[in-house]
Design a protein around this ligand. Structure first.
Ligand SMILES: Cc1ncc(C[n+]2csc(CCOP(=O)(O)OP(=O)(O)O)c2C)c(N)n1
Ligand SMILES: [Mg+2]
Length: 550
């Protein structure tokens, strides 16, 4: 068999459904083999970054490695950002790149950089395939590593002459190894700590979203009555309308959930790792932390947990819930105050209909437009903080945001992948005018794929997030404003539908209509960010700081 045919067979064997990419000359043998696959669909994009973000999001939502494809040199360098996005964000993804023939080459160093080496710092595994015979084991190992905890990016380089070889090797079957589970002594040590604590709290992070621990955690919270805080990437594991919800750690500190974490004497940290911006610092030494995760903790100056419960998270929570009874001396009075104050605060601005729109109001309108299972996919900008903080996520993986690499440009591609994976759910991309324009060319891909997708552009004609930090640091307003294209005409030129919002009351109506009519819609919404600094840096710290433990 031709090696490139075997390569495709091995991908089929892994259950691959899509390859997202931009092929180059060096991928043509693989492309030809792919053209005969009945199981894998090639999704051509207009930039490798889009392909990578889509593959990573596919992996994030399914737990199966998403696959993207690029050529050597410039194609491979364009995959660096989504590679880092998948790696930091723990999203399983395989990047495949081509290469000139490795045995003989007549082209000198034209387009050649050491791609395998370049991928080293942003992958779990990066290899050049040097023989057709090696294809099955390389692919199997790449998928195993991408998908195993902690998931991430892997890379394989398939050179032209290897793709053309003939080989008699065959795919290696997927192994069904189970994840290790919590060991008994770790359970009893954790039980001692929890029983001795006065004010335990749960922190729910990204890893709890990965493997659907929602059911076990819900049962745990119901039986024990321990309140919880979510991290940005832990949103939705437990319904954020739950009465024991104490807020999302969207800001770095001094918000209501941080006050709760500070007041706790024991944090049960479920699935948070330090790649996501830490919601609490351990250096005060006042609080104990139990690290509940698939793997032991990465130690950091701000994170060095005293105990670990290592193993499959859902199983750990189940074991813990069986062995533990709610303790009479647990005191959640302060947490109740936090809960009340948080709820009061997040109501503010909800009904303020001034225009351009306030982010607080925007979040409220979008929550009304989205059913519980509707998915919002956020790019990176100021609004991400407001959505993380004020948008109650009702179900797992319905708020797709990136609080790990926090790259601009991923909002619309991740929404596109979410729609492919969940064709029956509403999917809304929410992007700044800066972030949207970083990959706006792939509107064409969304239209070509016939996706039903609504993209909301928050228009402040600026890199607002940086402008806001600039203001907070006391600098002059400089170097962060730009002009935008006419987004309505821009959408139309792609065969999509464009809308411009001119008043508060129009937004909900336009979104409803856009979802009802199907196809790709672009909505240009003017936003007003100038309240960010007083609210985030003054009002929230002041009001949350008033809460005291009696
Ligand atoms: C690829 C990339 N470049 C730069 C940054 C730094 N950065 C973070 S937010 C931001 C501005 C975002 O502007 P926009 O998308 O318009 O959103 P806004 O904050 O204005 O709502 C920048 C430049 C980044 N996170 N990612
Ligand atoms: Mg902007």
């Amino acid at each position: 068999m031709k090696a490139s045919d075997l390569f495709v067979l091995c991908l089929e064997n892994e259950g691959v459904e899509y390859i997202f990419g931009v092929p180059g000359e060096e991928n043509l043998d693989l492309l030809d083999s792919l053209s005969r696959s009945k199981k894998i669909k090639l999704i051509l994009t207009r930039h490798e970054q889009t392909a990578g973000f889509m593959a990573a999001t596919y992996g994030r939502l399914t737990g199966k490695a998403g696959v993207c494809l690029a050529t050597l040199g410039p194609g491979a360098t364009n995959l660096m950002t989504p590679g880092a996005y998948a790696q930091l964000g723990a999203m399983p993804m395989l990047m495949i790149t081509g290469q000139k023939p490795i045995k003989t080459s007549k082209q000198g160093q034209f387009q050649i950089i050491d791609v395998v080496d370049m991928m080293t710092p942003i992958t779990k595994y990066t290899r050049q395939i040097v023989s057709g015979q090696g294809i099955p084991s390389r692919i199997r190992n790449a998928f195993r590593l991408a998908e195993e905890e902690r998931p991430g990016a892997v890379h394989l380089e398939l050179p032209e002459d290897i793709a053309q070889e003939s080989t008699d090797a065959a795919p290696i079957a997927r192994s069904d190894a189970r994840r290790p589970i919590l060991e008994g002594k770790a359970l009893s040590k954790a039980l001692d700590l929890i029983k001795a604590s006065q004010r335990p709290i749960l922190l729910i992070g990204a890893a709890a979203n990965r493997k659907m621990t929602a059911k076990m955690l819900r049962a745990f919270i119901e039986k024990q009555g321990i309140p919880f805080v979510t991290t940005q990437m832990g949103k939705g594991v437990i319904d954020e309308e739950h009465p024991l919800f104490l807020g999302n750690a969207a800001l770095s500190d001094k918000d209501f959930p941080h006050r709760a974490l500070e007041a706790a004497d024991l944090i049960l940290n479920v699935g948070h790792d330090v790649v996501e911006k830490p919601p609490f610092f351990m250096n005060s030494g006042k609080r104990k932390v139990i690290h509940i995760n698939f793997l032991t903790a990465d130690i950091d100056p701000v994170y060095f947990p005293q105990a670990g419960m290592i193993g499959d998270i859902a199983n750990t929570i189940w074991q813990l819930n069986e062995a533990l009874e709610p303790q009479k001396h647990w005191n959640f009075e302060f947490f109740s105050k936090v809960s009340k104050a948080l709820r009061e605060h997040t109501q503010r601005g909800m009904d303020d209909q001034r225009f351009p729109m306030l982010p607080q109001r925007l979040v409220h309108v979008i929550r009304q437009a989205m059913p519980n299972d509707g998915i919002i996919a956020l790019d990176n900008g100021v609004y991400k903080i407001w959505f993380a903080r004020n948008y109650p996520a009702r179900l797992p993986n319905t708020v797709l945001l990136d609080n790990a690499l926090a790259s601009m440009g991923a909002g619309m591609p991740s929404a596109m992948a979410a729609k492919l994976v969940n064709p029956n759910q509403r999917v809304l991309a929410i992007c700044g005018d800066g972030g949207f324009m970083m990959n706006s060319q792939d509107m064409e891909t969304a239209v070509r794929l016939g996706l039903d997708l609504v993209v909301l552009i928050l228009n402040d004609s600026a890199y607002g997030m940086i402008r806001w930090k600039q203001e907070d640091m006391g600098f002059e307003d400089y170097g962060l404003s730009f002009n935008n294209p006419d987004f309505v005409k821009y959408a139309e030129s792609y065969g999509a539908t464009g809308h411009r919002i001119g008043a508060d009351a129009e937004l909900l109506e336009v979104i409803e209509k856009a979802f009802a009519s199907g196809g790709v819609h672009l909505i240009d919404l003017p936003v007003y960010y100038s309240q960010n600094v007083p609210v985030i840096f003054d009002e929230i710290p002041r009001e949350s700081g008033k809460l005291v433990i009696e």
